[in-house]
Structures are given as structure tokens and as C-alpha cells.
Design a protein around this ligand. Structure first.
Ligand code: NAP
Length: 213
């Protein structure tokens, strides 16, 4: 797949490296693409550093959003035009202290942050994934053969579910399907499975117990 990484820091940088290693074509982007040249070189021949505009112009199959949550509105305003047929993976989390009012509003709302992102990007193929795993674990625990970490994910439709699963399992994690985006509150900061680094059976137990209440 061709994957546009929007925000290539701790989360986007590590995921892009893993996906390039797994054979995908990866476009790393940020507001300062020259600063991503070393990252792209380290990721190998499947990766390039580009501007955010170039990443969107490249018509990737999938876009990963790995920016501070406050960037979602601006990115969506400029680039969302044609995105209803694209899979978007949202790894962002809203932190009011970092992201300001928009993050507080989403935290207080009766929808969650990825539902917000899906509406802003006008896509019916949004995946919520990789927002719960600490960056260090994402960096160090990919491509394991045993004792794989489980990555919880949610998806809006069959295509986004299939793509999400493939992009999680293709880099050596176990995918754990949560449901559609409405069911992802347990994945959000300060909720039951946020920040947890667990194997799949342990994660499933935790999800079941969270849902029992
Ligand atoms: N770190 C974690 O452990 C962790 C875990 C799970 C989820 N998350 C979430 O994932 C997201 C990314 O976190 P991170 O730790 O990877 O952050 P990070 O290391 O600070 O990286 C953020 C990236 O986004 C780029 N960026 C910032 N504003 C942008 C904009 N308006 N347009 C395009 N690119 C922009 C930054 O580059 P420029 O400033 O050069 O543009 C940088 O490449 C956040 O929402 C975070 O809450 C983080």
C-alpha cells in the first residue's frame, strides 16, 4: 500500500519505519519535511520525506494522522475535500493542556475524538488505532514472533477494518477489534485500555471487564 504519514514524530516516525520495512511505500510528512530526510533514509528505499501537501497530492491508499490533536481542524480544512473514499488511521489524542479548547470540547462531548476526526475529514473509512500504545513500546515491540503486543483498533466499515488489521498485524502486533468508532471511549486517555501494553488475551479480558460495568 501507499501510506501517507501526516506528522512524523514518535508515533508517525516509528510506524512509517515499520511499514516501510514491511514493504509498503511510505511518505513521511510534517510542516518541516527537510527535517525528515534522515528518518526517510533510515527507513530504506520504500520511504521518502515530503511536504504535507505532497503527501495528500500523492493520493495514498491510507493516511495516518499522527499530529497533535489541535492540528486536525486546519489539516481537514485544507485537505479533506476528497477523502470519503480514503482510509484514515487516527492515532491522535486530545490533550487540553497541549491542544487547547478544541481538545476540552471533544473530551466533554458525547462523541469521541476519532468520531470528530472522521466528521472533519468527511470519511466513512476511519480507523482508530495506535493511540493507546506508548511510543517506546511501538518502537521496540514490533515484529515479535512470540509474546506479541495487542493493538486495539476500531473501524467504520469493512474496508477500513481489513486495512487496519493488515497494517497492525503486518508489523508484528496482534490486532484486537473493538467495534465501530462509537465504541472507542475505552481507548481514550484516562480510560480503561489507554496506555496498556498487553498481550491479546490479557487485553481481551480487560475489555470484557470494562464493558461489564
Ligand atoms: N508519544 C506517544 O507515546 C503517543 C502515543 C499514542 C498516541 N500519541 C498521539 O499521537 C499524536 C502524535 O504524537 P507524537 O508523540 O508522535 O508527537 P511528536 O513526536 O511531537 O510528533 C508530531 C509530528 O507532527 C508534526 N506536526 C505538528 N503539527 C503539524 C501540522 N499542523 N501539520 C503537519 N504536521 C504537524 C510534527 O512536525 P512539525 O512540527 O515539524 O510539523 C511532528 O512530525 C498526538 O496526538 C499524540 O497525543 C502519542
Amino acid at each position: 500500500m501507499k501510506i501517507g504519514i501526516i506528522g512524523s514524530g514518535q508515533i508517525g516516525g516509528n510506524l512509517g519505519k515499520h511499514w516501510a520495512k514491511a514493504g509498503h511505500q511510505v511518505l513521511f510528512s510534517s510542516r518541516h519535511p527537510k527535517e525528515l530526510i534522515n528518518l526517510a533514509e533510515n527507513a530504506g528505499n520504500n520511504a521518502r520525506a515530503v511536504s504535507v501537501a505532497e503527501a495528500f497530492e500523492a493520493k495514498a491508499d491510507v493516511y495516518l494522522l499522527a499530529v497533535p490533536f489541535k492540528a486536525i481542524d486546519d489539516l481537514a480544512e485544507i485537505y479533506a475535500g476528497e477523502y470519503e473514499d480514503k482510509v484514515i488511521i487516527d492515532a491522535t489524542n486530545p490533550y487540553p493542556e497541549r491542544d487547547g479548547n478544541v481538545a476540552q470540547e471533544v473530551r466533554d462531548a458525547n462523541y469521541n475524538s476519532t468520531e470528530y476526526t472522521a466528521v472533519k475529514f468527511n470519511t466513512a473509512k476511519t480507523v482508530k488505532a495506535f493511540n493507546t500504545i506508548p511510543a517506546q513500546q511501538l518502537q521496540n515491540r514490533a515484529f515479535e514472533n512470540t509474546h506479541k503486543l495487542a493493538i486495539p483498533f476500531a473501524a467504520q466499515d469493512e474496508l477500513s477494518k481489513t486495512v487496519g488489521l493488515e497494517l497492525i498485524e503486518g508489523i508484528g502486533f496482534d490486532a484486537c477489534y473493538i467495534g465501530d468508532l462509537r465504541e472507542t471511549n475505552i481507548m481514550d486517555p484516562e480510560h480503561e485500555i489507554f496506555g496498556k501494553s498487553l498481550e491479546k488475551n490479557e487485553l481481551e479480558r480487560l475489555i470484557a471487564s470494562a464493558r461489564a460495568y
